[in-house]
Every structure is written in structure tokens, then in C-alpha cells.
Design a protein around this ligand. Structure first.
Ligand code: GDD
Ligand code: MG
Length: 343
């Protein structure tokens, strides 16, 4: 069996962290997000196709250095083709039934069990589901008691949502489902175009509910939250990487490698990436500090994101900001593209 990991897109909702890296390489508890996805795949997945575009050389480097015991193909799209287009573009690497995984989700999904469910139901497509309160930023399904899905709507207005069950971003699909995706020369959304077409055509489309936890890591708040949730699940109040000198205090925070934090400083509900130097009496709350940042004595950073290699002067107060003083990478969109929320 093969698995396609959707690892493209610019991750605009995570900027400025995504000005310098592929979103899927953002570390969660010091491990890149994509590693969680690859490790969750069942043993009988022999080939993993990473559907990538922006910053794909970083992915090549990562998979060149880390062995997951599976063949890894980095399949570069000439330009972002959308979630459906990217899967179609991987067609030549897919032999049979296959999996598709969004790469910005961390969950307790038992992928092997979803595949068993798919087989039992003789399904054409099975998607994982998770209940949420506010469905408007997700794909939402109408489902019958036996698990058959009769409607899929991407990012509906709240009053038009058929249920509170959302697409949790992992699919098991028969190879023939690729026939429902046009050859991509434009953005093709799996959620907006392909799934509704398959359902309309009366094919067996099923929903498999995830038990346990499910976290979307696509936004800054959820990125901070996922680190906290996993810390809590491990019974830890904080995590510190290798070669750090921490004299200050950490609460519900994760700290990368080679980080210094001076006396009287405090980080609460925050993520601090590698090679950061934080002075004395600094307060960091609900924020992300990018790689290689220098934070001067007495600074306060609240509800903010500091991009890689930025310097925050002593005593400065940063509140609700995304700090980035360098040029924005060429071609980086100023708006989210793909399955955007319509307002
Ligand atoms: N290769 C490639 N090319 N990957 C892409 C592209 C593309 O053009 N566009 C997006 N992706 C990847 C993203 O990196 C992400 O892993 C996945 O496809 C889904 O795209 P997002 O941009 O994160 O979509 P979303 O979060 O708005 O909505 C999706 O996820 C929700 C669950 O978190 C949809 O699948 C929803 O239906 C779902 O509920
Ligand atoms: Mg997402």
C-alpha cells in the first residue's frame, strides 16, 4: 500500500515561521510534524509519496538524514496543485488502494484500523472524522447510522453545516478514485470538487470516527496548543532539548536545542525553537520564538510570533505581533490559497 502525504502549500496561517521553512517541518515537542505522520502509517505501507512544492529541498534533506524504514518519494509539483491535484500528480507511484494524509494534523488515529473498516464496508473512499463545536473552518459531512456519508461540504456557513462531524484529514481510497480527479493544470481541491463528485456518483463513501485526540496544527494558536496537549499527555510541565542552559522558569512550554534562558525569565505556554538566546527578566507568554532569535533583558513577548533570526531589544514589549523585519520570500502569497474559508 502507498500513502500520499500532502505537504505542500505555504502554511500562510503560520507565518512568519513558514517564511523560512516548510510547515510540516515545524517541530512539535522537538520533532517535525511530518515525522508524527510517517510514524503513524501501518507497516504494510511500503512507499510514502510526499506531495511537496514550497521548500521541498528542506524535505529532501530531512528524509535524507532520517530513515523511517519505507521508501520515500518527494514528488515536487511545478506549482501548488491543490489537495486533489497533488494526489493525482502522485498517480504513477500508486499501485493499488492508498492512503492520503494531511500533514498538519496530530491525532491518535489508528490508521490500520481505518483500513480494516474500509475493507469491511467495501468502501470506495473512507475518510476519518472528528467532532468539533465550530465547523466553519473544516469539511463537514452528513452521515447515516452505518457510517455512509451522503454529503460533504467544505467550510460551510454554520447554518448550512450538515452535522458537527468534520473531515479529520486522513483518507483510504481505492485506486480507481483517481479517475475522479482531472489531470491537474490548475488548483483542484479534493474537498471542494472531488469528494462531492464521488458521493454524487453514488460510490461507497464512508466515515471512520477517530477515538482519543485530534489536533489541527494549521494556525499559531493551535500550534502552541498541540505542544501543550502532548506535554500534558506525557505528564510533563515542560520539555527542554539538548545542550541548553535554562536559569529561568518554564511552564507548559517546549524548548529546542542550544537554548539559553537567563535568570528571572519566564516562558509560559510558549514554544521556543533551536539556538535561541533569551536574556534576564524576560517574560514570554503564549508565543513562539523562532530559531536563532536573540531576546534582550527585560523584554516582554505576549501572544506573538517572532520569526527566525530576529532580535528583540532589551525592555521592548511585543504584544499580539508577528515579528519579521527581513524581506518576505519571493513568490510567497500574501493571502491563503486553496480551501480558504469563504466570508
Ligand atoms: N502538495 C500540496 N499541494 N499540498 C497541499 C496543497 C497543494 O497545493 N494545498 C494544501 N496542501 C496540504 C497542506 O499542507 C495540508 O497538509 C493539507 O494539504 C490540507 O490543506 P490545508 O490548507 O491545511 O487545508 P485546511 O486546513 O484549510 O482544511 C483541510 O483540513 C481540515 C482538517 O484540518 C481540509 O481537508 C478540511 O476538509 C479538513 O476538515
Ligand atoms: Mg490545515
Amino acid at each position: 500500500m502507498q500513502a500520499v502525504i500532502l505537504a505542500g502549500g505555504f502554511g500562510t496561517r503560520l507565518k512568519p515561521l513558514t517564511y523560512t521553512r516548510s510547515k510540516v517541518l515545524l517541530p512539535v515537542l522537538n520533532k517535525p510534524m511530518i515525522a508524527y505522520i510517517v510514524e503513524s502509517l501501518p507497516e504494510d505501507v511500503d512507499r510514502v509519496i510526499i506531495a511537496a512544492n514550497y521548500k521541498k529541498e528542506q524535505l529532501e534533506e530531512f528524509f535524507g538524514k532520517n530513515d523511517f524504514g519505507k521508501e520515500i518519494v518527494i514528488n515536487e509539483e511545478p506549482k501548488p496543485l491543490g489537495t486533489g491535484g497533488a494526489v493525482k500528480f502522485a498517480e504513477r507511484y500508486i499501485d493499488d488502494r492508498f492512503l492520503v494524509m494531511n500533514s498538519d494534523i496530530i491525532s491518535s488515529l489508528d490508521v490500520g484500523d481505518m483500513v480494516r473498516f474500509h475493507t469491511e464496508k467495501k468502501a470506495f473512499v473512507t475518510i476519518s472524522l472528528w467532532p468539533v463545536e465550530n465547523v466553519s473552518e473544516f469539511g463537514v459531512v452528513r452521515i447515516e447510522s452505518d457510517g455512509r456519508i451522503t454529503q460533504f461540504v467544505e467550510k460551510p456557513k454554520p447554518e448550512e453545516a450538515p452535522s458537527n462531524l468534520i473531515n479529520a484529514g486522513a483518507y483510504c481510497m481505492e485506486r480507481e478514485s483517481l479517475d475522479y480527479i482531472d489531470n491537474p493544470d490548475r488548483l483542484i481541491s479534493m474537498e471542494q470538487e472531488v469528494f462531492p463528485r464521488i458521493i454524487e456518483d453514488g460510490r461507497r463513501f464512508y466515515g471512520y470516527r477517530i477515538e482519543g485526540f485530534w489536533i489541527d496544527v494549521g494556525r499559531i494558536n493551535s500550534y502552541i496548543e498541540v505542544n501543550k496537549i502532548l506535554l500534558r499527555r506525557q505528564g510533563k510541565r515542560f520539555l527542554v532539548g539538548n545542550n541548553c542552559e535554562i536559569e529561568g522558569e518554564l511552564q507548559d512550554s517546549s524548548v529546542g536545542n542550544n537554548v539559553e534562558i537567563g535568570k528571572e525569565s519566564k516562558a509560559i505556554s510558549s514554544v521556543i525553537l533551536d539556538n535561541v538566546k533569551i536574556g534576564r527578566d524576560v517574560q514570554i507568554e503564549n508565543s513562539v520564538i523562532g530559531e536563532g532569535c536573540i531576546i534582550g533583558d527585560g523584554a516582554k513577548i505576549i501572544n506573538s510570533v517572532i520569526g527566525d533570526e530576529e532580535e528583540i531589544g532589551g525592555g521592548r514589549i511585543v504584544k499580539g505581533e508577528r515579528v519579521w523585519t527581513k524581506p518576505i520570500p519571493e513568490g510567497y502569497p500574501d493571502k491563503q490559497i486553496g480551501n480558504v474559508v469563504r466570508v
